[in-house]
Ligand binder design. Structure first.
Ligand SMILES: C[S@@+](CC[C@H](N)C(=O)[O-])C[C@H]1O[C@@H](n2cnc3c(N)ncnc32)[C@H](O)[C@@H]1O
Length: 245
């Protein structure tokens, strides 16, 4: 609790993003990640391995951009910093553990930006990763998160806003000239202790992806985390070269 309060008070975040709830979400993610450390480990390892495999064989290794870099838990930052001349980490919020870690690399930069490209907003991707020197872009378990806070806004929301936000990010990635690695959870399922599935949520709001290069299960809330007799699991997919997936 005290740790959460510390982050809420001291993290530098633009007022607009703080008001929209991004800081709060990030602090909750940090706390859950710490509580569920063992359960999350296979997912984080699979994500890091997919990212490193995705940037094998590039002709040039000038700039790598990680979208949704967050807490850097699923980002193999040491390897990326070694392989690329520069690494840009983009997220709405960077908490202090990530800020401290980044300071140990002279070629890694943090960029605070809203990556939501919902209709009516300018696509943020060309400015962040459309440059001629960007050779590799990772969308790091960001896609399913993009609609969450916009769908929480009060008032009348456009129909299918979630699906539109998901599509806008995918289309933005598809327009980049760099090689793109897309990691995303696509579905949440709730399971009881007998293994029966008691609920399912489509995390991509009806948007269907092609068959992935890899997929795995992320035990996001083991028994006892969200409920005593139920656990939450996410199906995660990895596309090592999004354009050709
Ligand atoms: C599940 S986390 C990704 C985990 C992260 N790659 C890591 O290793 O810790 C999703 C991330 O997306 C970020 N995010 C969600 N919506 C965003 C938005 N509109 N703009 C920028 N970042 C956003 C969150 O701040 C969070 O860090």
């Amino acid at each position: 609790m005290l740790v959460e309060l510390f982050h809420l008070l001291v993290t530098p975040v633009p007022l607009r993003l703080r008001r929209l709830g991004y800081l709060r979400e990030s602090v909750l993610l940090l706390s859950r990640g710490r509580r569920c450390h063992a359960a999350w480990a296979p997912h984080l390892a699979a994500s890091r391995a997919a990212i490193l495999d995705a940037c094998e064989g590039l002709d040039q290794t000038r700039i790598a951009v990680v979208l949704g870099s967050g807490l850097l838990q699923d980002v193999p930052i040491a390897d990326l910093a070694r392989r690329f001349r520069e690494v840009h980490l983009v997220d709405a919020v960077h908490l202090w553990p990530a800020r401290r870690l980044v300071r140990t690399y002279s070629n890694v930069r943090l960029i605070t930006a809203d990556l939501n490209a919902e209709p009516g907003r300018v696509d943020p991707l060309p400015a962040l990763c459309g440059g001629a020197e960007v050779d590799f872009v990772v969308s790091a378990n960001l896609l399913s998160q993009l609609p969450i806070l916009p769908l929480d806004r009060p008032g009348l929301l456009p129909p299918d806003l979630g699906g539109r936000i998901v599509r806008a990010h995918l289309e933005g990635l598809g327009r980049l000239r760099a090689r793109v690695c897309l990691l995303t959870d696509i579905e949440q399922f709730e399971e009881d202790r007998t293994g029966r599935i008691t609920d399912r949520i489509d995390l991509l709001h009806g948007v269907r992806l092609d068959p992935p290069d890899r997929d795995w299960i992320w035990e996001i809330a083991p028994f006892g985390e969200a409920a005593r007799h139920h656990r939450l699991r996410h199906r995660v997919q990895a596309f090592l070269n999004w354009r050709t997936a």
